[in-house]
Design a protein around this ligand. Structure first.
Ligand code: SF4
Length: 276
């Protein structure tokens, strides 16, 4: 059968500076610390790591970050970093936290929706040592919000570790404003800020999940018109050939005459706005 989609849709291999360390944007790096996950998501953009993970070079990564003083954020990702033990996580976080110019660390994970009981008091105390630390939790549907999800998220938040959510827009699963509205409002109620709604990256085997940009923008427009900005994430997708992430919003600007702008609101009504 003909394969569609890309092995490495974000061209991360091109930006790999040390084994497992990806430096795509000036101020931040991603360190992939495992190829293993609690769930192996069909729509994953990094599924190349499931069987092809070559490990990571922690001391090389730390040296690289030390040498690049504009790096202020390190994202620990994978696979799922919580697949590692608390001790293993601590051995990764400690030398990164010790770098003066690293101002904050983020852990990208699907643990809350895939294995929330992995988060216990020991785990939370272990990672809380490395604050300011942020958790980027991957969740796509309210059906993934269990009692255990809420308990584990609350433990993390109560320890002073903020959580933001990342959602992948998936055809036939959540490509509907009502479904997403319920998800995003529920997350804010728990104390989690919806951060990104990602277009599904074109990795091998993902094609049937992709939603046209036009449909996605209509969904965002509907959300912007119906719920608080606190509940609406950025709709973003990655450009091909490693072009990086872009954020796409409904186009609000209709015309401009000198300092007069004509904008369209979420209801499709036009309004003149005189700039300073
Ligand atoms: S949990 Fe994340 S990294 Fe793991 S398979 Fe799913 S999307 Fe990919």
């Amino acid at each position: 059968m003909k394969k569609t989609g890309f092995y490495d849709p974000l061209c991360e291999n091109k930006f790999e500076k040390r084994r497992g360390l990806i430096h795509r944007y000036p101020d931040r790096v991603v360190l992939t610390v495992t190829g293993r996950c609690f769930a192996y998501c069909r729509f994953c953009f990094r599924k190349k790591n499931w069987s092809g993970f070559n490990g990571f070079d922690l001391s090389g990564a730390v040296e690289y970050i030390k040498e690049n003083k504009n790096i202020q954020e390190v994202l620990i990702s994978g696979g799922d970093p919580f697949f590692l033990s608390d001790e293993q996580l601590g051995r990764i976080l400690a030398p990164i936290k010790a770098i003066d110019h690293v101002k904050f660390i983020r852990i990208g994970t699907r643990v809350l929706s895939s294995n929330p009981l992995r988060i216990d008091n020991n785990c939370v105390s272990a990672i809380a040592e490395y604050k300011p630390l942020w958790i980027a939790a991957h969740i796509n549907h309210t059906d993934e919000i269990t009692k255990e999800f809420v308990n584990s998220a609350s433990m993390i938040i109560d320890a002073g570790i903020p959580i933001v959510a990342q959602t992948v827009l998936l055809k036939g699963i959540n490509d509907n404003a009502d479904i997403l509205e319920r998800l995003f409002c529920k997350l804010v109620e728990i104390g989690i800020k919806p951060y990104y709604l990602f277009g599904c990256d074109y990795a091998q085997g993902n094609g049937h999940f992709r939603v046209p940009i036009e449909s996605a923008v209509k969904i965002i427009n509907k959300l912007r018109g119906s719920i608080s900005g606190l509940c609406v994430p950025n709709f973003s997708f990655d450009l091909p050939q490693g072009g990086g992430k872009i954020i796409v919003e409904p186009d609000r600007l209709r015309k401009r005459y000198k300092n007069r702008y004509v904008f369209v609101n979420f209801e499709g009504k036009e309004f003149d706005y005189d700039d300073v």
